[in-house]
Write a protein that binds this ligand. Structure first.
Ligand code: ATP
Ligand code: MG
Length: 421
């Protein structure tokens, strides 16, 4: 009764009608929700299918890649995927390697150095790491691989793991190694050849040094001997000169005595050359200016010239001559100065004579011997003389390749020009 009354009350007040309206509205909303729900489910399914399709395409792509082993690692380095080429290159079947730590591809030495961890650490820091190294295959053989490790992250940047790609470069490595080995071998062979050549060269150098030292010693020995020879020649010439002197003293004939004395002076002028030579450092050349000065002085004293009546002057350039020129030249000077001292200033006549030695630029030496004495007789031809002195001068000048000029304008002046040798 009470209920009836309550229903009546709801009807009476229009509440029932309102309730029905609300109910109907709720039913419409529920249908709407169901519709949206099924739409969402359909969208989700499509998305999942698309994702699955994309993953499948990626899987097929990875599986179909040739020459590159491609596999994924967890953040701590365990293998989670493995392509067919990885089996080919590294030898492991997917079933046996998935779940294993990737350090099994490293050599014991590299593991000892901590390279597996280091690779992952660098990849995390720099997003990728590239390295070329020896990899260990499932059958423990080695391959030279060129690898890249790249990080995999979600949209929020959280590390999901790594992908690793390895290419087998063993044949390249071996070919390069072979080339290097060949090069090294060639370098080694060449080095051996060079060191042998060097040793040979060193031997030759020491032999030559030894020969040079022997030659030098022998040269020194010969120089000593040559000095000794010059010394003895000079001594012998002086003995001859002394003998002539002794003999001339026993001669009654004045002319014969004088001839002996002249010869004695000739010999002394030659002895002086040998004396100069053995005193000199250079046994082949003589300092001729020095010799001329000594010869002039020696003749001046040996003729017992009155030095207050006759003056002598010398003007001598530095001239160096070999013995073959010096001896004839010394004899020429001896003759010409002897002539001046004997003939230019007769009967105590005073005057002067001069000896000049000039080193001309054209490698010619000029010897000028002059006096202001009585001079030659006007009709005198020095080329046609009977006497020995001037004949000797002519012959010896020709012998040294020289020429003679005679100037008779004041006293006598002989100019002899000859090549410096
Ligand atoms: N400077 C001089 N001044 C003057 N007359 C000279 C001079 N030189 C040489 N004569 C003359 O020329 C001559 C020939 O000289 P030469 O030297 O040929 O013979 P020599 O001196 O007489 O003898 P020797 O053969 O011993 O030298 C001399 O006798 C002398 O008359
Ligand atoms: Mg003379």
């Amino acid at each position: 009764m009470k209920v009836d009354k309550f229903s009546d009350l709801l009807v009476e007040n229009g509440f029932f009608e309102t309730l029905c309206t609300v109910w109907e509205g709720m039913e419409v909303a529920q249908e709407d929700l169901q519709q949206q729900n099924s739409d969402l489910e359909a969208d989700c399914k499509r998305a999942q299918e698309a994702l699955h399709e994309s993953e499948e395409r990626f899987r097929l792509l990875v599986a179909g890649v040739k020459e590159y082993a491609i596999f994924r690692l967890t953040p701590d380095g365990y293998v989670v995927s493995w392509n067919a080429e990885a089996t080919k290159i590294l030898g492991y079947q997917a079933a046996e390697i998935i779940g294993q730590h990737f350090s099994c591809f490293f050599t014991p030495g590299d593991i000892h150095c901590g390279y597996p961890e280091e690779d992952l650490r660098i990849a995390v820091a720099e997003e990728r790491v590239e390295e070329d190294r020896w990899y260990v295959r499932s059958d423990s053989t080695l391959l030279w691989g060129s690898g890249i490790v790249t990080t995999l992250r979600d949209e929020g940047g959280h590390l999901l793991g790594f992908s690793k790609i390895v290419r087998d470069m063993t044949s390249h490595k071996r070919a390069r190694q072979k080339t290097n080995d060949e090069l090294e071998l060639r370098v080694e062979n060449r080095t051996t050849e060079l060191s042998k050549a060097n040793e040979q060269l060193q031997r030759e150098i020491s032999e030559r040094e030894l020969a040079a030292a022997q030659l030098k010693a022998s040269l020194q020995e010969k120089e000593v001997l040559l000095k000794e020879v010059h010394h003895r020649v000079k001594n012998n010439l002086q003995i001859i000169s002394s003998l002539l002197n002794l003999q001339s003293e026993h001669m009654q004939d004045k002319q014969a005595r004088e001839s002996f004395q002249v010869s004695q002076k000739r010999i002394e002028s030659m002895a002086l050359i040998h004396e100069k030579l053995y005193q000199s450092n250079d046994l082949a050349q003589i300092e001729f200016d020095d010799y001329v000065q000594d010869l002039v002085d020696s003749l001046f004293y040996s003729y017992e010239v009155n030095s207050s009546a006759i003056a002598r002057k010398t003007s001598l350039d530095k001239v160096s001559l070999d013995i073959n020129t010096a001896i004839p030249c010394g004899l020429i000077i001896n003759e010409l100065i002897s002539n001046i001292l004997k003939h230019a200033f007769p009967a105590g006549k005073s005057g002067e004579f001069q000896v000049e030695l000039h080193n001309n630029n054209d490698n010619q030496v000029a010897l000028i011997i002059s006096d202001n004495g009585v001079g030659f007789p006007l009709d005198f031809d020095f080329n046609q003389t009977e006497s020995l002195g001037l004949q000797l001068v002519n012959t010896l000048t020709a012998q040294i390749g020289g020429t003679i000029e005679l100037n008779k304008s004041v006293g006598t002046e002989f100019k002899i020009t000859f090549p410096a040798r």
